[in-house]
Design a protein around this ligand. Structure first.
Ligand SMILES: O=P(O)(O)OC[C@H]1O[C@H](OP(=O)(O)OP(=O)(O)O)[C@H](O)[C@@H]1O
Ligand SMILES: NC(=O)CC[C@H](N)C(=O)O
Ligand code: SF4
Ligand SMILES: [Mg+2]
Length: 500
């Protein structure tokens, strides 16, 4: 497993729109935070000159802006009214292997087929082994490819039957966009681990990991794809103004387990996922933090003559910090919310840097403290999560140089103690700071260099999320609690199938 936590991928799809590829490009642009390793778009259309369906693809390593820097790609290559796109953050198969860049595109007995996947299959090892024995020649080292083999190996004749057949054999986390010659199919696994929403723009249906990709395209959010739902968008859907829905039967004994970490860190605050705005949930996490760890418990003897200053670690904890400050003031614990760290926007998410050295470098280049906000004050830093502790350690060093009176660190989620097998590539358990110090908060505070460190409780996290989003669905909290809602293959290595 790699040394840094990786986020989930971002997927987008659109059917029957004259600017399908361009819409997908903008969608991927809005979803860039979900994956920064590689990006790709596949389109489909009937080529009148050739008298057959065409399915062009364009993909490469890098950010969306760089991969699609030439406008002629849209005019000359990515033609057609249907498109799917993918931003990758590898969890299965090396990030450096070009064969793993999605969407995947193949040709089989029912025509052309392309797929974009967000998530991680927990039974990939078993499926790969089965196909290995059958003599399949693998094109990539990623779990996603296995879904294509399951479809093409199905003994069903009808393409939708083949797809349902394949979906019933995979386990774990998967949101999919599947493009055939005449359909766009959106899939969300029965546990609903990852978010997926259905929208409409200029009369064309679109799907996206997060609604921020609808906003950039001026698309209207219709609803979430339900856990276990398979939505088929085709000519019939356009004519009937209603796509057809199928459902994948849930695994026995499992309910829904939406990824709570999407709300904590991963998704954009301006997105609606799992039926609620991320911003609203994060504010509530900050409020819960203020109830669990009131300022009066943290700051015992403030001799500075000034209110404690609450600062966020931009960007992902901005709203949680706001929630903490406003609830504290409401509870009568005076504090001031301020911008104490300035972020360089040309440095991406540090979670998604490939190696530890480059992460440290990124933290230094990413943030600069605002001396006037910090000097002589009691500083309360609010961040959404601590994984290895790289960000917090370097930040605290930088903040200390501005001579604050005290530094306290609050985290709007519990300590991360277990790896994720559902689409987030965390470091190995012994690299997680909580495990390194046997979950001893005082030792961790010392390592980070703060006067105190406090985390939100696991119950508090779930309660605060459910209070802000009373949808009735449950959440996965495995990385915080070690309770895995779907059985996993412990010890599977991300790069175990690589050739070199
Ligand atoms: O303990 P660590 O291993 O350093 O990881 C934790 C940090 O990484 C994340 O931010 P990131 O920079 O990835 O994204 P952001 O800019 O969206 O906050 C998270 O919000 C923490 O700040
Ligand atoms: N983060 C993800 O959703 C990754 C999708 C897929 N498992 C891959 O590694 O390419
Ligand atoms: S283990 Fe954590 S990151 Fe993975 S799906 Fe569960 S809550 Fe999300
Ligand atoms: Mg952060």
């Amino acid at each position: 497993m790699s040394d840094k936590p990786r986020e989930y991928c971002g997927i987008y799809g659109i059917y029957n729109h004259p600017d399908a590829a361009l819409h997908t490009y903008y969608g991927l642009h809005a979803l860039q935070h979900r994956g920064q390793e590689s990006a790709g778009i596949v389109t489909s259309y009937f080529d009148d000159d050739k008298g057959r369906y065409s399915m062009p693809a364009y993909k490469d390593f890098g950010l969306v802006l760089n991969v699609f820097s030439k406008s002629k790609v849209f005019k000359k290559i990515l033609r057609g009214k249907n498109a799917i796109g993918h931003n990758r953050y590898s969890t299965s198969g090396s990030s450096k292997n070009p064969a793993n860049i999605q969407p995947f595109r193949v040709h089989y007995r029912n025509g052309n087929l392309a797929i974009g996947h967000n998530g991680n299959l927990s039974n990939a090892k078993q499926i790969r082994e089965r196909f290995r024995k059958e003599g399949v020649l693998f094109q990539s080292t990623s779990d996603t490819e296995l879904i294509l083999h399951l479809i093409s190996h199905s003994d069903k004749e009808d393409q939708m039957d083949q797809i349902m057949d394949a979906l019933e054999q995979i386990e774990g986390a998967y949101c999919l966009v599947i493009l055939t010659d005449d359909k766009l199919i959106a899939v969300r696994d029965p546990n609903g681990f990852r978010p997926l929403a259905l929208g409409k723009v200029d009369g064309a249906y679109c799907v996206s990991s997060e609604t921020c990709a609808f906003d950039i395209n001026n698309a209207e959010y219709i609803r979430d794809v339900q856990p276990g739902e398979v939505i088929v968008i085709d000519k019939d859907a356009d004519e009937n103004n209603e796509p057809k829905s199928y459902f994948i039967p849930p695994q026995e004994g499992t309910g829904t387990s939406q990824c709570i970490f999407e709300y904590v860190y991963f998704s954009r605050p301006d997105s609606k996922i799992f039926g609620e705005m991320v911003d609203k949930i994060r504010r509530n996490l900050g409020k819960q933090l203020a109830k669990e760890h009131p300022l009066t418990d943290i700051v015992k003897n403030n001799t500075t003559g000034k209110k404690p200053v609450v600062i966020s670690v931009p960007d992902s904890s901005n709203t949680a910090a706001l929630g903490y400050a406003s609830e504290s003031n409401k509870l009568g614990n005076d504090c001031k919310y301020d911008i104490g760290l300035i972020r360089n926007h040309y440095v991406g998410r540090t979670f998604i840097s490939p190696g530890q050295k480059s992460r440290e470098q990124k933290v230094r280049t990413k943030f600069n403290p605002v001396r006037g906000v910090i000097e002589g004050r009691v500083v309360i830093i609010v961040d959404d999560s601590i994984v290895r502790g790289t960000t917090s350690r370097y930040l605290v060093d930088m903040i200390r140089e501005c001579n604050p009176a005290e530094i306290h660190f609050l985290v709007s989620s519990p300590p991360i103690i277990s790896p994720c097998y559902y689409g987030m590539d965390f470091p190995t358990p012994n690299e997680l700071i909580a495990n390194k110090f046997d979950r001893d908060i005082e030792k961790m505070a010392k390592e980070i260099g703060v006067d105190s460190l406090r985390y939100l409780s696991a119950d508090g996290l779930v309660d605060a999320v459910k209070e802000a989003n009373p949808s009735g669905h449950d959440y996965c909290t495995a990385c915080f609690t070690g309770n895995y809602p779907v059985p996993v293959n412990f010890g599977v290595e991300k790069e175990e199938n690589e050739l070199v």
